[in-house]
Write a protein that binds this ligand. Sequence first.
Ligand code: SF4
Length: 471
Amino acid sequence: MERISVFDMLKIGVGPSSSHTMGPWRAAERFARHLIDSGRLDDLTGLTVELFGSLAKTGRGHGTDIAVLMGLSGADPQTCDTAQITPTVEAIRARKMLPLAGGQPIRFDPAADLVFHFDQSLSYHPNGLRFTAYFGDADSLSATYYSIGGGFVVEEGEEDRAESTRLPYPCDAAAHVLDHCARHGLTIAQMVWQNELAWRTPDAVRGGLLHIWATMADCIYRGCHTDGILPGGLNVVRRAAGISRTLIGDAPYADRLEWVEAIRARRPVFYEMVKWVSCFALAVNEENAAFGRVVTAPTNGAAGVLPAVLMYYVCNNPVGDDDIIKFLMVAGEVGSLFKKGATISAAMGGCQAEIGVSAAMAAAALTECLGGSVEQALMAAEIAMEHHLGLTCDPIGGLVQVPCIERNAMGAMKAITAANLALVSDPHDAKVSLDAVIKTMWETARDMDAKYKETSEGGLAVQIPVNLTEC
Ligand code: SF4
């Protein structure tokens, strides 16, 4: 059975989409290395990239073409300077040359060599892409990859290869989490900590998770201090900065840490806190839509829910590093249960697989951090998903903007409500278990019409006429 670390569920990268940007980016990096390892670069006469299914249908709005060019050029989405993405892509388009993995320039004309197959899908997954290199002796080298959600990528032939690290507490379902925790007297976070040590040292786990939180918080701060119009041609106005300015008033602050302290010092009353949570979520997803650095949690389209709820927790409680680590570990575990039992890919399950899963992750994490039991944390995750079941994916213009950005604010508020409900409930009275809702989500995903699964062929996407110009 699949083994998934919290660092697989929470990955630092670039917006706007984990499946349509991060996945293709990583696939392109892999093929570039594969091509270099073949030792045949001097004989290379051409390279084509073909996008299939959902990657073709919403690829332009989701930046799939840009991601492929950046990946082939060897840029790392975790560390690259996001301000250099547009100049790099413009230079490739103008010169029709690409520095393969940052090295030898090869001929590549995106207008001709990057092909969108709008009418073709590959059988394994709706998000397929194929790279083919051609050589002087009429030979070729080809590889097909699938971006299966949350930035995860598999190459054709390795689809069913599961990661095999032996964990002290392996969990394929919520029932396993409950069982391990009950038998060994552990919280979810304590159980996850022991599992993570199978992959990394304690310092690496702590440091990595605190780095993830710093990246999330920086993203919120940047989004709360950036005005303007989002790219893509839909002319969506950024709102987080205006909301933040209105709420913080004349409180002085110099940087992100002082800004958070200023928010905490104002002791926001309920209606102000509701606005702050929306503001935090909007900030992240405005950054995401603008090709900013975000943390995939569990996807980029839903990247705002978890940071918004964690920042809400930070602003309302005496929170230290250990609490933040605990929050992220519980969130990662719950996200992995959905990946194993259903899907975190909108192309497979609609938006319930993105915003629904992120809300479930945040709800469980907040519940455990506020003192809830293991049963209450899993109950919170169940409540959060229960009220996202059936949510479709229908982004206007194929951009991760409308309804995506506001949907993160809604998901964050539902997560907080789910946590509060679970904290005052007896889980033994619950009528639906987390495993039952995961199964229901997967069945709903399979019943959902394909036009509501990240194709922009149904729902809001066809109600709102848009005439997007490339940017
Ligand atoms: S509608 Fe939901 S699933 Fe679809 S792109 Fe937007 S956030 Fe992602």
